[in-house]
Design a protein around this ligand. Structure first.
Ligand code: GTP
Ligand code: MG
Length: 273
């Protein structure tokens, strides 16, 4: 989820097509500046527009994939709330990669703009970021998601077990999700990043570095960020330890107390004496 990372578009997309027409596979006559017939201009424009419409339609699949994943996560979170009175997911963000970014990424990979190239080579057009409360929730949610029959796990990058040298930590999953439309089912790639609130806080600060043109002492900033990442790691682990300790010391409840608690989970509160 690079480029538009921290200005995440909630399931939307921008229409930046017009600026990038030169990246489309144009006939040699046009590229070499030779004189070209009106028919050729029309047929080239037609082909280009068809390809663009094709890609626009493809985006529907990715935005549906985002919705599918968000729903699955919301259900898991709810299940946890009902069972354990606790939300493992703090928040979910999602974004559809902008069409300009798609083109830039294809160009970087030396690929022409086509629906096929997008579908086969870009895994992060649908991006979902899951912010969890505790580190163990990250793995719990990832496991619960990928064990669902319709989700195909393609790749896992565990930057928590193996942080990046700069201190970046998160669990990244590339999955394939089935999306159903009138014309049939299609499995599309999606990137899911799962991290704690603290890891997310760190990543957004670190991300800003890439956009700041004038940093007086970037090396010093890098060092501090790395130190901060180490501190955050310790804090995350400490918080998890405290939560586990609290989970473990729940006092024994009497039968009446257990009954009252169950009623409370149904929203029924008995009047106090
Ligand atoms: P991209 O081609 O940029 O997608 O990278 P990749 O294919 O090597 O994938 P990777 O899983 O390493 O990173 C994918 C995404 O994770 C990025 O687009 C960022 O959203 C996030 N990410 C990875 N590394 C960093 C980092 O060092 N700092 C921050 N802030 N985000 C990162
Ligand atoms: Mg990416």
């Amino acid at each position: 989820m690079n480029d538009e990372d921290n200005k995440i578009i909630m399931g939307g997309s921008d229409d930046g097509f017009g600026d990038d027409l030169e990246q489309i596979n144009l006939p040699a006559e046009i590229l070499s500046g030779q004189s070209i017939s009106t028919e050729m201009i029309f047929s080239t424009a037609n082909e280009m527009l068809d390809e663009m419409l094709n890609i626009k339609e493809l985006m529907l699949y990715y935005s549906a994939a985002i919705q599918e994943i968000r729903t699955k996560l919301a259900i898991l979170n709810k299940e946890y709330e009902v069972r354990y009175q606790r939300n493992p997911i703090h928040s979910i963000q999602s974004r559809l990669k902008s069409q300009v970014s798609i083109m830039q990424k294809l160009e970087k990979k030396g690929l022409l703009i086509s629906r096929e190239n997008i579908e086969e080579n870009l895994y992060d057009i649908a991006g979902v970021r899951v912010i969890c409360s505790y580190e163990d929730d990250i793995y719990r949610m990832a496991e619960a998601l990928v064990k669902q029959e319709d989700i195909e796990l393609v790749q896992t990058k565990d930057y928590i077990a193996n942080p990046k040298p700069n201190g970046y930590r998160s669990l990244h999953l590339i999955v394939k999700v089935p999306v159903y439309f009138e014309e049939g089912m299609k499995k599309v790639f999606a990137e899911i990043q799962i991290r704690t609130v603290a890891m997310d806080f760190w990543a957004s600060l670190e991300h800003q570095m890439k956009y700041k043109k004038k940093i007086a002492d970037p090396e010093h900033i890098r060092e501090q960020l790395k130190q901060c990442s180490d501190m955050i790691t310790l804090t995350d682990r400490y918080m998890m330890k405290i939560r586990k300790e609290m989970d473990g010391i729940e006092p024994e409840k009497s039968e009446v107390e257990q009954l009252l608690e169950k009623l409370k989970r149904f929203g029924i509160q008995l009047p106090e004496e």
